[in-house]
Ligand binder design. Structure first.
Ligand code: OFO
Length: 165
């Protein structure tokens, strides 16, 4: 059985994952309308992944006697000045999510909830990977800068499995 404290904290994370999914969906749409199909596909896939993260949490909460909450979400930004700005925000957002997961892990330990602690290890590992991917992409985008040809090639490369894992 989940303690109220853990249930509330896990539900807060449900909302964060749902908002992450919406943020990446909005990035996918913006990329698509700005002609970069590869980046757009990557963002649609990221959005789907975040929804899976959310669902996994919901199942866990309900299985352990809690009640997963579906709430209103903060609307994501719909426009970006540049791709660089968009990827900067993607990276910052992943760092924010990692911090939030770390906080959850901390709460699970203070509550002596070892089942939740064990469950959350999957998210810890996932965030290491997601942060690393976001950082690699951001570094590449920063190298490309304003070079349109570079962006075109990047858009093609991001569809290759080795860049987005
Ligand atoms: Fe990329 O945020 Fe989920 O865990």
């Amino acid at each position: 059985m989940l303690s109220k404290k853990i249930e509330t904290a896990l539900n807060k994370q449900v909302r964060i994952e749902a908002e992450s999914s919406q943020i990446y969906l909005s990035m996918a749409s913006w990329s698509e309308t700005n002609g970069l199909e590869g980046i757009s596909k990557f963002m649609y896939a990221q959005s789907d992944e975040e929804r899976v993260h959310m669902l996994k949490l919901m199942k866990f909460i309900n299985e352990r006697g809690g009640h997963a909450q579906v709430t209103e979400l903060t609307s994501p930004k719909t426009n970006y000045e540049t791709f660089q700005e968009m990827f900067e925000e993607l990276y910052k957002h992943e760092v924010f999510v990692s911090n939030s997961i770390n906080e959850l892990v901390h709460i699970s330990l203070t509550e002596k909830d070892y089942a939740s602690h064990n469950f959350l290890q999957w998210y810890v590992a996932e965030q290491i990977e997601e942060e690393a991917v976001a950082k690699t992409i951001l570094d590449k985008i920063n190298l490309i800068g304003d070079d349109k040809g570079g962006l075109y090639l990047f858009d093609r490369d991001i569809q290759q499995p080795n860049i987005n894992g």
